[in-house]
Design a protein around this ligand. Sequence first.
Ligand SMILES: Cc1cc2nc3c(=O)[nH]c(=O)nc-3n(C[C@H](O)[C@H](O)[C@H](O)COP(=O)(O)OP(=O)(O)OC[C@H]3O[C@@H](n4cnc5c(N)ncnc54)[C@H](O)[C@@H]3O)c2cc1C
Length: 454
Amino acid sequence: MDLKELEDIEHSQEEREDFSGEKVKPIIVFYPKNEEDVVRIVKFAKQNKIPVIAWGSGTSLTGAVSCNGNCILIDFSKMNKILEINEIDWYVRVQPGIKLIDLFEELERKGFMLPPDPASFFLCSVGGAVAESSGGMKGVRYGSFREWVLALRVVLPSGEVVKVGEPLRKNRAGYDLVHLFVGSEGTLGIITEIWLRIIPIPKRKMVTIAALLKDFESAADVIIGLRKNRILPELSEYVDADVVRALNKHLNAGLKETEGGMLLISIEEDMVNDVLKVLEGKTVDVMIAEGEEANKLYSLRAQAAIAVKAESKNVFYAEDIVVPISKLPEAIRKLKEIAAKYNTKFYVISHIGDGNLHPNIIIEDKEARERAFEEIARMAIEMGGSVSGEHGIGTQKAKLMAEQIIKHNGRTVLDLMYEIKKLIDPDNIMNPGKYVELAYKYYKEFSSQTIEIK
Ligand SMILES: Cc1cc2nc3c(=O)[nH]c(=O)nc-3n(C[C@H](O)[C@H](O)[C@H](O)COP(=O)(O)OP(=O)(O)OC[C@H]3O[C@@H](n4cnc5c(N)ncnc54)[C@H](O)[C@@H]3O)c2cc1C
């Protein structure tokens, strides 16, 4: 292998770590300036059968960018431009390396918004968010990235470039390849350009209700109450009492500490009373914030994972389970039982309005930490839920993903996914050893066992 033919592309030799502490040890890191550079890197990787991993910002919580000494890392920080904001067709076209926060700010200046807002928006890249189909705090009303991507340019493992989709509100031409690449975690191709739907910033005044709850269970009761009353907030986010304490301790948040944690609900001003009615009897205190005060609460919620990481001294597993909303009370009860069994606390951060819970497991002993992680994920599978709502699979949840798919969808579905991976990436150079490929390996291991398909 002679890397000389790529030496005109900016590069470095360095090791990194993703947010979850997974090691990233590439042979070389390239910083392409354009799609042509990416094509050359991928063609070189194909010829030499070297794995290629795209790096957005490395905020992955699942080992999705991990590499153990044998990969080329493509760092997209130099491909970070907004190429077009179309104010009539309402889309934005960007390079993948742009930071989500920079895109948000530019769109806001033009009166537009891109709603999906992963709590890492101030760190992560748009390419990473698309490749993970990230969700976010406003997901309860607006969904995750999957719902906002219109089209993509992708460098396939062969080095060929395709454009999939169209920047149109409606398009029924052919199989939906856009959404095959969205959430594919860099295992099918490298995204070099992205068209995203945008909408005007709503004009109605929003307020944020900060409800200090009696207990964790009340959070589920409130969400169910909102749904029974046909109330769809823009934000319904929960942090438990330990996360509030961690925010105060590590980020000087100045939040009031109560045993039930804090639920944030953002809603149009004229619906505040409807929400307050639902909250009756479930809180110890309620504050209504707007403007700067509401922004501060939103920003603290976004930084909750940073506070938990500081509290854990960098050793934590972030769960990402989803349960049907109707099962939230049961899930919370069982989570508490599991925490008691492991004699620990779970530092729960949650997009609770989506049924998406992030118990953060801070148990020093690795084996026990893994056992607790699997137990919680299996609880979600049993409830008809998912092992991942938004963080994705990476290496961390491949086994659990296989279990979920086999139980809920059947073996043929996992076979189909693996066939797609093989078809598009026959040499297995795109982020190998993770996600569908790894799930399939696990599935092969336990395929002799009898598994019930619902
Ligand atoms: C503090 C914090 C809060 C978070 N909150 C949320 C949240 O609310 N919701 C949520 O969904 N996630 C959340 N996450 C997880 C993570 O931030 C998101 O998944 C994020 O969008 C990943 O972006 P990134 O640029 O860091 O991608 P990376 O971590 O660099 O990469 C993630 C995956 O995308 C692939 N990839 C990156 N760029 C490309 C490309 N151009 N082409 C193909 N593949 C590519 C990588 O290879 C990898 O598989 C959070 C993480 C942190 C640290």
